[in-house]
Write a protein that binds this ligand. Sequence first.
Ligand code: ZN
Ligand code: ZN
Length: 187
Amino acid sequence: MFYTHSHADHILGLDDLRPLSFQHGDKLLPLFADETTEAVLRRIFDYTFSPESKYPTSARVEIRRLREREDLFGTTFERLAVSHGKQEINGFRFGSAAYLTDMSEIPAATMERLRGLDVLVLDALRHAPHPTHSHLEKSLAYVRELAPKRAFFTHMSHDISHAEVDATLPPNVHLAYDGLQLEFEIA
Ligand SMILES: [Zn+2]
Ligand SMILES: [Zn+2]
């Protein structure tokens, strides 16, 4: 599990990892997190991480410090910095795909790692500009510049009517949805 940042909507699903983490015997499921995110995880999920208050059937997980590159599943997960308002958070590239949620700006160095991808997942919060998230027009401009084969927008608010907006997007751009599965090269 790779954490982008410590906001509630990105970390509160940790207890849902319980059944997954029970399938691997004594092995602990690794959670890759930066320093800030780790501190928040340990505080909020005290009953999972602290030996004193550990709940007996809490998720069998362990926090590992997120590095710039992590080799897993036959590919390399590369951390890419993005701006989430004034905060720098993590995006990820793996093989021919990249996942960037909660971003208001993509720094130049990260842009260079995103050109010509097969799949690009991008934040697109709403129609109007927002201080900490990219909005529809801005995300479409990023897609035009980065030219992935396929782009999927995520983190939409209720401001975006899914079917209506999806129908207006260019043929290679789609609104993502819960349960969406994508195939792409990981090497
Ligand atoms: Zn956030
Ligand atoms: Zn978020």
